[in-house]
Ligand binder design. Structure first.
Ligand SMILES: [Zn+2]
Length: 182
C-alpha cells in the first residue's frame, strides 16, 4: 500500500505593481542594473567585442555644469550624457574608454569585452578634478587607486597606465613640466 502525496499547486497571485522601468536607451547593447542602494547601480554589456573596438557613439550629450553625473570634455567644458551611459561606473581596471573628443565609447585596448562584463571607465581619464571624490571599491586589488579625486591627484606613473583624453593629457603635461621633471 502506498500513499501518494498529491502536490497541491498553490497559485500565488502577486499583485505587486510592476515598477515603471525607464525605456533602455541602448537596447541590445547595454543592460542597466538599478539598485535602491547608493552607488550600487551599474551598466553591463550585452555584447562581446574585441579590444579597441567601438561600443557606441555618444549622441545625446548636452553641455552642462560640472556635476557628479557630468563628464568633462575639455579644459572648461562638461556634458550630461542624457542616456543609460550615465550608469557606467568608475573602475581602476576598466573595460571601456570614454573618448570625449570623438564622442565614442570604445573597448579598452588591452583586453576584449565579454557579454555580461560591467561597463566601467577610469574617471580620471576624463575628469581633472571630480565634483564628488569617492573611495573606490572597484575590487581590482593592487590596481585600485583608493580615493579617486580626478587626474589632478595622480602622478604621471599612475596616469601612464591608462588611456587619457587629450585635455587631461595636456593639463598633466603642463603640470609635470611645471614641476621641472626630467
Ligand atoms: Zn579602484
Amino acid at each position: 500500500m502506498s500513499t501518494t502525496m498529491t502536490a497541491t499547486t498553490t497559485t500565488t497571485t502577486t499583485t505587486t505593481p510592476t515598477p515603471t522601468e525607464p525605456t533602455p536607451t541602448h537596447p541590445g547593447l547595454i543592460r542597466i542594473h538599478r539598485s535602491p542602494l547608493p552607488f550600487a547601480s551599474g551598466a553591463y554589456s550585452l555584447v562581446s567585442l574585441p579590444a579597441g573596438s567601438l561600443l557606441t557613439k555618444i549622441t545625446t550629450a548636452t553641455p552642462s555644469k560640472k556635476a557628479y553625473t557630468s563628464v568633462q570634455t575639455g579644459r572648461d567644458s562638461h556634458i550630461e550624457l542624457n542616456s543609460d551611459l550615465v550608469y557606467c561606473n568608475h573602475s581602476c581596471d576598466p573595460t571601456i574608454n570614454f573618448d570625449m573628443e570623438k564622442m565614442e565609447i570604445r573597448v579598452v585596448d588591452n583586453r576584449d569585452l565579454k557579454a555580461g562584463d560591467p561597463l566601467t571607465f577610469f574617471y580620471p581619464s576624463t575628469e581633472w578634478e571630480m565634483d564628488q571624490p569617492f573611495e573606490c571599491t572597484c575590487g581590482s586589488g593592487e590596481k585600485c587607486k583608493g580615493w579617486i579625486y580626478g587626474a589632478k591627484n595622480l602622478g604621471p606613473e599612475v596616469l601612464g597606465e591608462y588611456w587619457l583624453n587629450r585635455h587631461i593629457g595636456e593639463i598633466v603635461g603642463e603640470r609635470d613640466d611645471g614641476e621641472g621633471r626630467v
